[in-house]
Design a protein around this ligand. Structure first.
Ligand code: M6R
Length: 606
């Protein structure tokens, strides 16, 4: 995720900015840059250390802004790296977040003669500020007026050459922290980067702006109403701050699910028409109208997301869809018939098996698509078209927020393809409404964390688990079992609940608990019968059910309720309690859940 760091004071800003960027490295990034009004702009692709060779004694000034970029719009490159300047390089900005209406703004600015050199959504901010700056001659006024034109999220810092001692910052949806020093002030996207200099911080709220100079700081709203805020003292160490106060990145990333759901759908839902806008697929829209078959592929959690996608796409597009493990698909020949599109799902975009499957299917002339989180990764580059997740970097090895975003992007893809292939406007509008409501519902799911922790404590002593689900939640049974295996090393098996009687039921006894995923959906009664079968054999059952389901309470040993949603979206809400369950069991068993043994974040070997 992008990182912002800025400084204004009396010392040489360049080593301070460089150190700030180094501290922000853990957030994940692909390029970086610094602007010091008296010295100019430096940018690098790759690691922050790439800036070092240019930071000589003549790269000097007492203020500056800097940025680590994690690509969302446009590939990692020097042009796309921040800081971004206006037409005359008078002012520069660094930005975190997503400008939803950037295309609209870009078109308007280009028509007026602005030269926009990057592919980013962020650069337009520099040019709108420029327009207002030319008129108002005040950077503060220019920033607030410009932001009124922006739809989306931002944390920004702006600095101009004509007034190098004033940094203007603002926040809407992306964090901004002010560091209050003695005659020096800092701005950052998280407190870890300012901790080396001061423990006094102020977290800006949405809709707040601030001006920092060596003489002090001022906080105000977008409408220029003064805000009085007292700095708070942080006594966390840097590691704690990086994890946002959570013990592990895994928990932090699970807790980010509501934001991830908002970010992955941002600017993509056309709710009133019951449609989705997926810019990355525009170029292949013609081909997608005539597609005869879809093969979804991936590994591990990405493959399970693909299985959910299969159910969604088949239900609403009428196109035959299959999901195949990439490690198997690469060696199959039968699927390579004309009119087939292959959709690869990968968080990292570098998984060797998924990449090989894509290369193999491409060799047969098939249309290849990607759902990838890491922008410009190999799979993103090698597929014909695709959709980015916008989930931000995932540091914990176990996929949590990335998996949630994969499911949501598949729901968006279902809308996109469905409306081309006979999905009614009414069905589209219903699904779109369901997607739009997900972040709020996920907030409610996360409120159950305490209860899930208590349940995890009760179950953490068992050494075997069965996870059961059906239809949309059949793959979530696999994913729940995988998560538990990965972070707690407990033996767990995922099964389609209807399959239980064909074998696994033999294992059930009082020492072999079952986790059942039972939303109030079209197979609810079937799931209830399967749970009865487990109970009849003395098996303990922990169920995830829909809020308001009184019947289940009487049947199972433990239950966690999740809000009701569109049937196709139930896997999204059901998966997070299972992530939390695995997390708590893993931690209770004393493991480092961020770095499970024998696992790598990105599996680049076959
Ligand atoms: O980066 P990818 O999404 O391609 O990775 C695929 C799998 O390796 C990954 O999902 C793996 O199963 C995770 N450890 C699951 O938590």
């Amino acid at each position: 995720m992008c990182g912002i760091f800025g400084y204004v004071g009396t010392k040489n800003a360049s080593p301070i900015l460089f150190n700030g960027l180094k501290t922000l490295e853990y957030r994940g990034y692909d390029s970086a840059g610094i602007f010091i009004p008296e010295a100019g702009v430096l940018k690098t692709v790759g690691v922050v250390d790439g800036l070092l060779e240019h930071i000589g004694s003549n790269f000097f000034g007492t203020s500056g802004i800097s940025h680590t970029r994690w690509a969302t719009h446009g590939v990692p490159s020097k042009e796309n790296a921040h800081p971004h300047g206006d037409c005359s390089s008078e002012l520069f900005i660094v930005h975190n977040g997503i400008v939803e209406n950037y295309q609209e703004l870009r078109d308007r600015l280009t028509k007026k003669g602005h030269t926009i050199v990057s592919d980013t959504d962020s650069e337009v901010l520099a040019h709108i500020v420029e327009e207002h700056f030319l008129r108002t001659k005040s950077l503060e006024r220019a920033v607030t007026s410009a932001l009124k034109e922006v739809r989306g999220t931002y944390g920004i810092a702006v600095l101009s050459k004509s007034d190098p001692n004033t940094i203007v910052v603002a926040r809407m949806g992306s964090p901004i922290v002010l560091g209050i020093g003695d005659g020096e002030y800092f701005v950052s996207s998280d407190a870890s980067a300012v901790l080396g200099y001061t423990k006094q911080v102020i977290y800006l709220n949405d809709g707040e702006c601030a001006t920092l100079t060596p003489k002090g700081y001022r906080i105000f709203t977008l409408r220029h109403k003064k805000r009085t805020r007292r700095p708070t003292d942080i006594d966390w160490d840097i590691e704690e701050v990086k994890k946002g106060g959570y013990e592990y990145f895994m928990l932090k990333e699970i807790m980010e699910a509501p934001d991830v759901l908002a970010d992955s759908a941002r600017g993509r839902l056309v709710s009133e028409k019951g449609m989705a806008r997926l810019g990355g697929l525009e170029d292949v829209k013609g081909k997608l109208k005539h597609v005869k078959r879809i093969v979804i592929t991936g590994c591990g959690s990405a493959y399970y997301a693909g299985l959910v996608g299969r159910s969604m796409l088949e239900a609403y597009t009428g196109i035959p869809v299959e999901a195949e493990l990439a490690s198997e698909l690469r060696y199959r020949s039968v699927v390579f018939d004309k009119g087939t599109a292959v959709l690869a799902i990968s968080q990292s975009g570098e998984t060797a098996d998924t990449l090989a499957a894509i290369r193999e299917t491409k060799r047969h002339g098939l249309l290849t698509l990607g759902i990838v989180n890491v922008v410009d990764s190999t799979i993103a580059r090698e597929t014909d078209a695709g959709v980015y997740n916008h989930a931000g970097p995932e540091i914990g090895v176990a996929s949590t927020k990335a998996f949630v975003s994969q499911l949501e992007v598949l729901a968006l893809l279902t809308l996109f393809l469905g409306r081309m292939h006979g999905m009614s406007k009414k069905d589209g509008a219903e699904l779109a409404r369901g997607i739009a409501r997900l972040p709020k519902k996920m907030d409610e799911v996360l409120k159950e964390a305490g209860r899930i922790k208590r349940i995890a404590k009760k179950y953490s002593k068992y050494n075997n688990f069965l996870f059961l689900g059906r239809t949309y939640n059949f793959p979530i049974a696999f994913e729940g079992a995988l998560k538990l295996k990965e972070v707690s090393y407990i033996h767990a098996e995922g099964y389609g609940a209807g399959e239980m009687k064909h074998g696994p039921i033999a294992m059930i006894d009082k020492s072999f608990p079952t986790v059942a995923i039972v939303p109030k959906d079209s197979v609810y009664e079937k799931m209830i019968s399967n749970i009865e079968e487990v109970k009849a054999r003395d098996g303990k059952v922990f169920a995830l059910a829909s809020r308001g389901d009184k019947k289940i309470e009487k049947l199972v040993d433990d239950v966690v309720y999740v809000p009701k949603t569109h049937e196709a979206l139930t896997p999204i809400l059901m998966t997070v309690p299972l992530q939390l369950f695995a997390y708590y069991v893993g931690v209770m068993r004393g493991y480092n859940v961020d770095r499970p043994r024998n696992l790598a974040k990105s599996v680049t070997v076959e």
